[in-house]
Design a protein around this ligand. Structure first.
Ligand SMILES: Nc1ncnc2c1ncn2[C@@H]1O[C@H](COP(=O)(O)OP(=O)(O)OP(=O)(O)O)[C@@H](O)[C@H]1O
Ligand code: SF4
Ligand SMILES: [Mg+2]
Length: 404
């Protein structure tokens, strides 16, 4: 159906095209929903990491939305890794697919219109070993025996995701009010995390853990434990959210614009807190933001996304000191700095992102790119390796790769 729209290219859809789109969407959604809701033995969604030093490997991920206007390829072949004990920052213009990628990792994509269509999300899980009856296995010293596995989250039946979500992978959202339940106290909500995730935990132990987590995020527990979410300020709520995310001792924290809804001074405090936590937890952070300053301060690695694809990735030094993709270079020029004279206008990357239901076959940045050459009319550029850790999808670097 998208093909028809491409052929006609008149900017609107006829009734017949709309019906064709609806029919094709319904067929795909039915197939993908059945796959998502299937029962499957664990072997079907066990996998292996390409590099054992990674905690997460996203490979060729495709997440689409089946809309009345056509298929929105929100995430269209995204690949990046999160190494253990690291902070990976994901940047890119609004709508480029940062959140849809992270929501895919959490399997929170809203069906039936939103679906993971293809690709792998490999996660290194380390969890309490359970026997055939689902009871925790105890080691000789009485502690829980642990078990390590690699799951392909994209292939997991949705009923199995509880093994990871909120427990080994936690998420901190932009707006904490949407994740906190207004009718329960902070203490009740925090205790619940421990009671759900730590087998055999008593109410007293859960409260103790909640107090510990609140102290970790700089809150005096006695002041907040019995409070309801609406009684707290935005900054305090975000701290509580972080405490909740930490309570289950996750191996991966996804922070999606964790400071955007807060005012500037509170933003700085929350970032400081995340920095501090980064050194205290035995896990990794996937930090999504459009703020390059935050990335420069926090991240070890940076992933730059554009129109549903990764266009450049590397260490924080590589992306900031030696950006290669014209879009990354433009992004950095468009960042406000203290040294900007009053008369200097902030650089603005000209043009718009192509229509997400009708992406071209060539580089998606072509219409906005000042460095475009004749080869840019060809196929979408392959990812080129410019250093052991630095990759860029742009024809300008093809020769560099061809000649080693
Ligand atoms: N429920 C939905 N239905 C249709 N399209 C959607 C839906 N959710 C997201 N999209 C589309 O997917 C694309 C990627 O969205 P996403 O939320 O990942 O962007 P983002 O990079 O996180 O942007 P922002 O910086 O604004 O948060 C956008 O084009 C958006 O319009
Ligand atoms: S491939 Fe061509 S159009 Fe695309 S970013 Fe590189 S130079 Fe610009
Ligand atoms: Mg987002």
């Amino acid at each position: 159906m998208a093909v028809k729209k491409e052929k006609t290219n008149r900017g609107y859809l006829t009734g017949r095209e709309i019906r064709e789109i609806a029919k094709a969407n319904a067929k795909e959604i039915k197939r993908l929903e059945a796959y998502k809701n299937r029962k499957a033995p664990e072997e079907e969604f066990l996998s292996e990491l390409k590099d054992p030093d990674n905690i997460l490997e996203i490979e060729d991920l495709h997440t689409y939305f089946y809309t009345e206007q056509g298929v929105v390829k929100a995430v269209n072949g995204v690949s990046y890794d999160v190494p253990k004990h690291s902070v990976v920052g994901v940047v890119g213009e609004s709508g480029c697919g940062k959140s849809v990628t992270s929501m895919s990792v959490m399997r929170l994509i809203q069906g039936p219109t939103g679906q993971i269509v293809d690709g792998s999300i490999r996660f290194h899980s380390k969890d309490i070993k359970k026997d055939a009856k689902g009871k925790p296995v105890l080691a000789e010293d009485g502690s829980f025996e642990m078990e390590e596995k690699v799951y392909d989250i994209a292939k997991m039946p949705i009923r199995e995701i509880h093994r990871l979500r909120g427990k080994q992978i936690a998420m901190i959202f932009q707006e904490p009010m949407t994740s906190l339940n207004p009718v329960f106290t902070i203490g009740q909500q925090l205790d619940e995390v421990t009671l759900i995730h730590i087998p055999g935990a008593t109410k007293e132990q859960a409260k103790e853990k909640s107090y510990e987590m609140l102290r970790l995020v700089g809150i005096i527990p006695e002041n907040v434990y019995k409070a309801f979410p609406h009684e707290l300020s935005g900054g305090m709520r975000q701290r509580v959210m972080i405490a909740m995310a930490l309570a289950a001792e996750p191996r991966l924290i996804i922070a999606d614009e964790p400071t955007t809804a807060l005012d500037v001074t509170i933003q700085a405090q929350i970032l400081e807190l995340l920095q501090d936590i980064k050194n205290k937890i035995d896990g990794s952070i996937l930090l999504i933001t459009h703020d390059l300053g935050v990335i420069a301060e926090m991240a070890d690695y940076v992933v730059v996304m554009y129109a549903g694809k990764v266009i450049e990735k590397g260490t924080v030094m590589e992306i900031f000191q030696d950006p290669r993709h014209p879009y990354t270079i433009g992004l950095q020029k468009s960042k406000p700095t203290m040294t900007l004279d009053d008369g200097t206008e902030l650089y603005n990357i000209p043009g718009n992102v192509p229509n997400p239901t009708n992406m071209p076959n060539h580089c998606y940045f072509k219409e906005r790119c000042a460095q475009c050459t004749a080869c840019c009319n060809g196929e979408y550029p392959e990812m080129v390796q410019v250093s052991p850790t630095h990759f860029v999808a742009c024809h300008l670097y093809r020769e560099e790769a061809d000649h080693g």
